[in-house]
Write a protein that binds this ligand. Structure first.
Ligand SMILES: Cc1cc2nc3c(=O)[nH]c(=O)nc-3n(C[C@H](O)[C@H](O)[C@H](O)COP(=O)(O)O)c2cc1C
Length: 196
């Protein structure tokens, strides 16, 4: 069975990014996949110290294993200062080619403002450096305070068009989870440092 892992780059209790990821995962499950939402609040991931193996730091081994066994990964991030969050970057830094090379990845970003696209562009660049297969469709939630609500701790997407974009993302990562990898990206083949 295809397995989809989602990683949430926000640690907030009422994270709107988490709600968006849950929506995409719900659709991935409807498409026949097993799913898992990796909540980075539950893992001890100190800022990566590159002098030591990632699997020997905090819960690094658990994170690496979770990514490794997934056929596809959904990366969800809040927009922080026009980019993706440091929480997500630190988690990605624990991983490398071993876990991400050739892996299907779907991207989503959630912004307080109206322009979440730069965060998606930046994440797409990171994924190309790791030679992932990034789904062309991506989901952005602008003005999240309008389109994501929480009631009694339960989050919901309140805009039908945005919900559909999130659901299409969930379907696409399942559809392309086992796609034949493309030839290595130029960014990845020149990215020798990450393979050391
Ligand atoms: C440190 C920080 C920086 C932020 N920078 C931006 C930004 O540049 N553009 C924007 O639209 N929203 C920005 N926001 C707002 C968040 O993107 C917004 O609150 C989002 O819903 C957070 O996602 P979350 O609910 O999953 O935590 C920022 C929030 C924080 C905490």
């Amino acid at each position: 069975m295809t397995h989809v892992l989602a990683i949430c780059g926000s640690r907030r209790a009422e994270s709107k990014t988490r709600v968006a990821l849950e929506t995409a995962l719900d659709e991935a499950a409807r498409a026949g996949a097993s799913t898992d939402l990796l909540d980075l609040r539950a893992l001890d991931l100190p800022p990566l110290d590159a002098d030591h193996d990632a699997e020997d730091q905090g819960d690094g081994a658990r994170l690496i294993e979770a990514v490794d066994v997934a056929d596809a990964v959904l990366l969800g991030t809040p927009v922080y200062h026009g980019s993706y969050s440091g929480v997500l970057k630190n988690a990605l830094d624990y991983c490398g080619f071993d876990e991400f090379e050739g892996k299907t990845v779907g991207l989503l970003a959630v912004a307080g403002g109206s322009f979440p696209v730069t965060a998606l562009d930046h994440l797409r660049s990171v994924c190309r450096a790791l030679n992932c297969w990034v789904v062309p469709h991506q989901a952005a939630v602008p003005r999240a305070y309008r389109h994501v609500s929480y009631e009694d701790g339960e989050g919901a997407i309140t805009d039908a068009d945005i919900e559909e974009r999130l659901r299409v993302l969930g379907r696409r990562v399942v559809q392309y989870a086992n796609i034949e990898p493309d030839p290595e990206t130029f960014e990845a083949s020149e990215n020798v440092g990450a393979g050391d």
